[in-house]
Ligand binder design. Structure first.
Ligand code: IPE
Ligand code: MG
Length: 212
């Protein structure tokens, strides 16, 4: 969900204003996904590196997260959304960890899964998985990742003109398709969403094999 800061700066507003607009974009995109029959949406909300931002921005983002969690419960339940967090959640305040665990528990029956990556870094996730790993296969290793039980992403969309993966789902993205757009995340709309799906639908996914 990249580009919130630039979106705000171009409007001469503080960065947190962009993050709030970004949260609204997430609301919209969740509905586009549900309407399109998509079952899993994973969003990169806060990276292990984002802690290096100013104290003001970090605390603003944490407040926004807490507000999102508290205000969304009813809507998520009504819409059959299962909420799940990946990342090093022990970095978060105990209060936030508790709110997350409660929302995960309450929404666990939902048919559509919203995965929020929080204090997430792929390398960190892989190291933590390696500490737990006792098996010998890729499947067993994947079960040690935070994403255990969640299918690998078919499509990864990166907004705001950046052309990097930035420590996001590196294990899981082995065969994902990518869609890059210059649109800043708060401006991400139905038209852009449709363009991403249209582009995805034209890809030939051989997964390393050959088409007959
Ligand atoms: C939002 O965009 C992503 C988060 C870390 C919450 P940015 O805050 O990275 O926005 P830009 O890249 O400065 O525009
Ligand atoms: Mg950015």
């Amino acid at each position: 969900m990249d580009g919130n800061g630039r979106w705000a700066t171009s409007r001469l507003k503080p960065r947190i204003f962009g993050h709030r607009a970004g949260a609204q974009a997430l609301d919209r995109v969740m509905h586009y996904c549900k309407d399109a029959g998509i079952k899993y949406l994973t969003v990169y909300a806060f990276s292990t590196e984002n802690w290096k931002r100013s104290e003001e921005e970090v605390s603003g983002l944490m407040t926004l997260l807490s507000t999102f969690i508290k205000s969304k419960e009813k809507e998520l339940l009504e819409n059959g959304v299962r909420f799940r967090v990946i990342g090093r959640r022990t970095d978060l305040s105990e209060k936030l960890q508790k709110e997350i665990a409660e929302l995960e528990e309450k929404t666990k029956g939902g048919a559509f899964t919203l995965v929020v990556a929080l204090s997430y870094g792929s390398r960190d996730e892989i190291v933590r998985a390696a500490m737990k790993f006792k098996g010998s296969t890729e499947e067993e290793f994947a079960e040690c990742l935070d994403t255990a039980g969640i299918p690998d992403p078919d499509l990864i969309i990166r907004t705001s003109g950046e052309l990097r993966l930035s420590n996001f789902l590196m294990w899981q993205a082995a065969y994902s398709e990518f869609y890059f757009t210059d649109k800043l995340w708060p401006d991400f709309d139905k038209e852009e969403f449709d363009k991403a799906l249209e582009s995805f639908s034209k890809r030939e996914r051989r997964m390393g094999g050959r088409l007959k």
